[in-house]
Design a protein around this ligand. Structure first.
Ligand SMILES: NC(=O)c1ccc[n+]([C@@H]2O[C@H](COP(=O)([O-])OP(=O)(O)OC[C@H]3O[C@@H](n4cnc5c(N)ncnc54)[C@H](OP(=O)(O)O)[C@@H]3O)[C@@H](O)[C@H]2O)c1
Length: 340
């Protein structure tokens, strides 16, 4: 192991003891600081957001279950303070990085996290730790969804939960690339927010004529791809409204419900449903391609891919942060700030 400073034996971490979503199952407690082996880095965390994937993970609804007890948190930022003895890890020693948690071990809601060197993106000086902490999950996904739209030759798309941090990134990207979007929200304040950003087609799913309006505008713009983050009845309503042969890409399940679909859409209208997971999209890209992507995304973090921060909490107040976030997700991200 190589280190740039003394590594303590123990740290504070939020530790999950059961996948039941109960507040008492998540406790801030002492945990040993792990030591990096070959290919691994130890990141001294500075900030980590709460994302919908974290909420699902706490309830055992995410696609990955880690052995318990475990530290939650899928992404964050910090400084690499120790590494294994291999060239890739050593290149990161002392660097500020955005980092993703390993799939089977402790995550980012802690003072230190051990992860693979390949799951880190070195941060440029222009990117703050806060924006860096939110660099991987949403900006890369928004970038990927826009890439899918452009590669597929779609001139317009539909997106649900459009007032989310990711939805707003997709809106800005679509404006940048000149692709029309139909943005679906569930509250009038969210519609106003998106209109104030220049969105032309915003529909509220609570409006009485929503389905008819969605059908009309999907056909008017020939919107043949939908990015769906809600699941349940929303997927059914969106797919029904789209032209024959359209694709629905499910990338979230904010309603926590199984996806519904009308068999007639799939059988007679040749509409298709597929899933998207960022981890899969990144597979097949080399370390160098991922580094280039990391740099492209960092350049856009100040405007097209920025996330709003609604509040910051110390790790010890993780429950307040979770309650606050779930009360109004549209308001912006809640960041856990380590060492505060
Ligand atoms: N598949 C992947 O690889 C991948 C990667 C990144 C993100 N995602 C997904 O992308 C989605 C957006 O993430 P984010 O971090 O941008 O979210 P966010 O900023 O926390 O915002 C969530 C938004 O969804 C709305 N919402 C919550 N529950 C809803 C429901 N049942 N029906 C309709 N709207 C609902 C919220 O509105 P209120 O304010 O009214 O609650 C809010 O506007 C999530 O589903 C996340 O899991 C997937």
């Amino acid at each position: 192991m190589r280190a740039i400073e003394p590594i303590p034996q123990s740290m504070q971490a939020a530790v999950l003891h059961a996948y039941d979503g109960k507040p008492e199952s998540l406790r801030v407690e002492a945990r040993p600081v792990p030591r990096p082996a070959r290919g691994q880095v130890l990141v001294k965390m500075t900030a980590a957001p709460i994302n919908p994937s974290d909420l699902m993970f706490l309830k055992g609804l995410y696609g990955i279950l880690k052995p318990l007890p475990v530290v939650p948190g899928w992404e964050g930022a910090g400084r690499v303070v120790a590494t294994g003895d291999d060239w890739l890890s050593r290149m990161l020693l002392g660097k500020r990085v955005a980092c993703a948690a390993p799939n089977q071990r402790d995550g980012t809601w802690a003072e230190y996290m051990l992860t693979a060197a390949t799951r880190c993106v070195p941060l440029s000086d222009s990117v703050s730790d806060e924006q860096g902490a939110m660099l991987i999950v949403n900006p890369l996904t928004a970038w990927a969804l826009m890439d899918i739209t452009r590669q597929g030759g779609h001139s317009a798309f539909v997106q649900t939960a459009a007032a989310s941090a990711l939805g707003r990134m997709l809106l800005r990207l679509s404006q940048h690339f000149g692709i029309e979007g139909i943005h679906l929200v569930r509250r009038e304040e969210q519609a106003q927010l998106l209109r104030s950003m220049g969105a032309r087609f915003v529909l509220n799913s609570e409006a009485p004529d929503f389905d008819a309006q969605l059908h009309a505008v999907c056909h008017q713009l020939n919107a043949t791809i939908a990015f769906e983050a809600v699941s349940g009845m929303t997927a059914l309503r969106v797919l029904q409204a789209m032209p024959e042969g359209s694709r629905l890409v499910l990338y979230g399940a904010l309603s926590e419900s199984p996806l519904m679909a009308d068999p007639r859409d799939l059988i007679f209208q040749r509409k298709r449903i597929e899933g998207f997971w960022l981890a899969d999209w990144l597979v097949g890209r080399s370390v160098w391609q991922q580094l280039r992507l990391g740099r492209q995304v960092q350049r856009a973090l100040g405007d097209l891919l920025r996330s709003e921060v609604a509040a910051r909490y110390p790790l010890s107040a993780v429950h307040c942060a979770l309650t606050d976030y779930q009360a109004s997700m549209t308001a912006g991200k809640r960041l856990l700030v380590m060492g505060s």
